[in-house]
Write a protein that binds this ligand. Structure first.
Ligand SMILES: [Zn+2]
Ligand SMILES: [Zn+2]
Length: 358
């Protein structure tokens, strides 16, 4: 079976691997669509990205790469169950599913308090999965049934949308709030859609790429600014006297500071990006304004998967409160994964979410 593995920065290969057999408690899924995620692109650029590695400056030293590479890729998966293992009662062959791959060790202090997505051993159940392949075998608890009126094409977006919805929840966005979103890639676009679904009063977006600005409008943004043309912070300050919540979804020093300075005193800025390097900020932007700078990582999983932002994403799509279609710019076969990664890394590309169809 063909499956995509990362062998090093810029070195993505289609390897011929043995398909895994189904064992007790697992299911095999025939993959229909797997989205290319921003995290996949970061790893393609800089090598394996650790989930939490404060001791190693948030990167895995090159001397330890052998442990992580070659690394299977592809975690935004939707498909059809083809085989179920013993002890699996709630799924059967033919069921349409998407995968919530937040695993839990049930043993660490975070799992003990229900923060399964922060599990200390959650080192990559998600980002080390083999979703760019014909078939994937996962614990049955990770396979989430797709509602009848949601296509598998859209179900593949439940994962990134779940990430965005957690960010919206972290800021507690409601109908009285104006929000600002810096960066309208897939995660920023999901934040826009989620904030619109939460009833946000006005949504301001700053994004340099034209296709992403267009998608932002389609997903519910009220004002979309090109930061190469307009000073977004000045505009937002003038129009709103600062917003009630801002979201950093681009992973740059500028967007982080812009998000802080666009936010009213005492309000919340959510960081959703994976940053490729350290960036400077002025702590007074937090201290003197009593702003809250909060992180948002993944979405609830483990035993809370059914109440998670991932499941909420599927329901919002089923209820037509979110239509993810404007995010999808292309569908490619497995053998075009390499060129799709190259294109997505190009800052002038107008691609947004590319789905791989193995
Ligand atoms: Zn993802
Ligand atoms: Zn744990």
């Amino acid at each position: 079976m063909d499956a995509v593995y990362l062998h090093g920065p810029g070195d993505l290969r289609i390897d011929d691997v043995e398909p895994r057999a189904v064992s007790a408690g697992t299911v095999a899924v025939d993959v229909e669509y797997t989205g290319i995620c921003g995290t996949d692109l970061h790893e393609y650029e800089v090598g394996p990205v650790p989930i939490r590695a404060e001791g190693t400056d948030h990167s895995i030293p090159e001397t330890e790469w052998d442990e992580y590479l070659p690394k299977p890729m592809g975690h935004e998966v939707a498909g059809t169950v083809s085989e179920v293992g013993n002890d699996v009662d709630d799924l059967q062959a033919g069921d349409r599913v998407t995968l919530n791959m937040v695993a839990a060790c049930h043993d660490c202090r975070y799992c003990a308090t229900g923060k399964y997505h922060l599990c200390e051993r959650g080192d990559g159940g998600v980002v080390s999965s083999r979703g760019f392949a014909d078939r994937i075998v996962v614990p049955s608890s990770m396979a989430v049934p797709v509602p009848d009126d949601v296509s598998l094409r859209h179900a593949a977006l439940a994962e990134p949308l779940g990430v965005s919805l957690r960010g919206v929840r972290r800021a507690g966005v409601g109908p009285t709030d104006r929000v600002a979103v810096f960066g309208a890639g897939p995660i920023g676009l999901g934040v826009i859609a989620g904030a619109a679904a939460a009833g946000a009063r006005a949504i301001y977006v700053s994004e340099p790429r034209a296709a992403r600005r267009e998608a932002a409008t389609a997903l519910g943004a009220d004002v979309v600014l090109d930061p190469t043309d307009v000073d977004a912070v000045e505009y937002i300050q003038r129009e709103t006297d600062r917003v009630e919540a801002a979201f950093e979804c681009a992973g740059t020093a500028t967007t982080l500071t812009d998000a802080l300075r666009s936010t009213a005193y005492g309000e919340t800025v959510v960081v959703l990006s994976v940053f490729e390097e350290e960036v400077p900020i002025h702590p007074n932007d937090i201290m003197q304004a009593e702003r809250e700078l909060v992180g948002s990582f993944g979405f609830q999983g483990g035993p809370l998967a059914s109440q998670s932002e991932f499941t909420a994403a599927l329901e919002l799509i089923a209820d037509e409160r979110i239509d993810p279609e404007p995010m999808i710019t292309e569908t490619v076969p497995l053998d075009s994964v390499g060129s799709a990664f190259e294109e997505l890394r190009d800052p002038s590309s107008e691609q947004i979410k590319v789905l791989v169809e193995p």
